[in-house]
Design a binder for this molecule. Sequence first.
Ligand code: HEC
Ligand code: HEC
Length: 643
Amino acid sequence: MVIQKLLSSLSNKNKRLFCLIGIYLVALESLLLSFSFIGIQPKSSAEIIDTHFVKLIGSIDSLENKVSENRPVAQKQFYYTLSRKNYKYIEAVVEYVSPFFAKYYINGPPLKKHDIENGNKVFEPHGFQLIESFFFTGDTSLSKEEIVYEIKLLKESIIQTRKKYKSVVPRNEQYFDMVQMELVRIISLNINGYDCAITKENIKESTYVFDGMAEILEGIKEVRMKSPSLPVFKKLISDSKKYLFLNKEYETFNRLYFIINYVKPLYSLLHKIRSELKLSNTPVNYAINFNESNLFGEAFFNRHFFSVNIADSANIKPQAELGKNLFFDPLLSGNNKRACASCHQPQFAFSDTIAKNQEYNQTGQLKRNTPSLLNVMYQKNFFYDGRSLQLEDQVSDVLHAKNEMNSMPEEVIKKLKQSDDYKHLFKKAFKGQRDTAITFYGVLKAISEFEKTLTSMNSKFDKYLNGNKNALDQNAINGYNIFSGKALCGSCHFLPLFNGLVPPVFNDNEFEVIGTLAGPDIKEVDSDSGRVLITKKNIHTFSFKTPGIRNIEATFPYMHNGAFRTIDQVIEFYNKGGGSVAKQKINHQTLPFDSLQLSPKEKDEIKSFLMSLSDNSYKNIAPKKLPQINDPVLNKRKIGGEY
Ligand code: HEC
Ligand code: HEC
């Protein structure tokens, strides 16, 4: 009132003057205010992360109280959702600092687990994904006390992770490692239904992940002071969040659009900021090669990570060249008629179009279907039952196997030594090393180096991810979204390899019980009991390694038994809930039992997407001529074997 009176008593000119003084006063005040803030440093990443740990522990604590006090389910749901939100802010940190806790006690799939490296133990499911079902599905399989126990366990795991984090506060480059890995986690797991199986809040939760990432990186002083790209980064984070916010429906979320327009540029930008800050690479042998700026670039994977012989990296090119000759050479078999390429044929993505190939003596069948060898190196376990842990072991297994190549090392060496061409190739391949002569080790090493060259990331799908908009049609684009969304395929066949090697650490091959039938129209589970033969754990009965499904167009027939001849049959099998249609009840099926309710159009779209995964780069890789040998009869042997 006083001011109004004063104003009305002033002339217009004086009013203007008065206003100006007012503006100056406000400006002065804010200047003074900002001075008083100068003494306060923005929070560091470590402080920000710790605050989120405290919030997370607090919300889990509240959840525990609501359950203990028998509060209404809405309250439990509220605190569960809040805890998930708090978790997602620092998921990148928790997964990085405590991968073991994350997998077994915090956010692993709600299934029993057994990994040979953890001894004889079968781990019961724990953590968020187990707890989720008690608040959102009316699941009553656990008593109140048991649920409280599970919540306590979750809380304790977070408390332990916080302690661990505080004891090893990461260096700047490690924050980048964890955030880049988290981006991979988002596109390969989070938005594909790997967690939140019930609430389907995957997309919304990803916004919290983005918030957390931004806070963590902005907490790094050097990023704030020295990175010219920081504003671009902030803008991209905020655009990504906006996109997620406006498209939060799990089933209709356009995953490819999101990946290409937001996540991929963000990944490259992080690479750029790393170089702006001149951050050195962390001396850790990660599966991801952080020198590659392109999330879908050729050098995205660190090949050394997947190789046992890290120290033995000299001459690998001539070794692979030698290996290629050996791979196609039937000299390696007992009767000089069978080569690796007899079954692993390049024109069929290194498989053979037969349900089960012939045994060596041509009287019976092998036990299983021949798998493709494209991208074979990007695995931790080999064979359908995962019995082999090294590519090198595996070669030796096959050579010895009476039903496959039926060969003895001494015989192979004796034959190879009759060839000047091979002597020359071996000398070149193992020059200056202890193995300059022809040895069995050299044979195994060379073949495995050849196998490691068979990496396939050049399909239409990859071209689309790398900017060629015409590489995929709308059907295939829709197909990818159904594959990774409604049909849940992408929660087992993970982007970008589409096998069961879990990103972003890529050191854990998943085995699954999907209940593969003896045939598409037979309501009986195939009799091959799978991984249980190796681990002797019941949970692994009918369990098989999740194979890669790139190049699926060429690798028919499908599954370990080769009983499904067409992709349509495979899709229909999944659509009906896998082995749940079988007459016998299978325990521990890890594939959801329910029908996926896919429409004919959706099935067709999934198929279009699967077809876009073909890469024909290796079709004509067979050598035109095999090394000559001092034996006219053997010199007539057939490239790639006779049968
Ligand atoms: C007679 C057919 C046949 C021949 C010959 C053959 N393989 Fe195989 N290969 C198979 C079958 C069948 C499997 C799957 C067996 C299983 O999972 O139990 C397999 C599996 C593999 C695997 C594991 C792939 C994976 O993803 O787990 C590799 C690697 C491999 N073979 C390489 C070779 C090499 C190298 C040779 C030559 C030294 C060779 N194979 C010869 C049929 C054959
Ligand atoms: C629970 C995990 C899981 C889910 C979900 C899943 N798969 Fe599989 N997939 C597997 C496993 C394990 C195998 C190997 C089974 C066998 O050999 O008996 C497999 C095999 C396949 C094969 C055959 C590969 C070959 O070379 O023989 C194709 C094709 C395939 N899956 C496509 C799909 C599609 C399409 C979907 C979604 C509709 C899907 N998968 C969902 C785990 C899964």
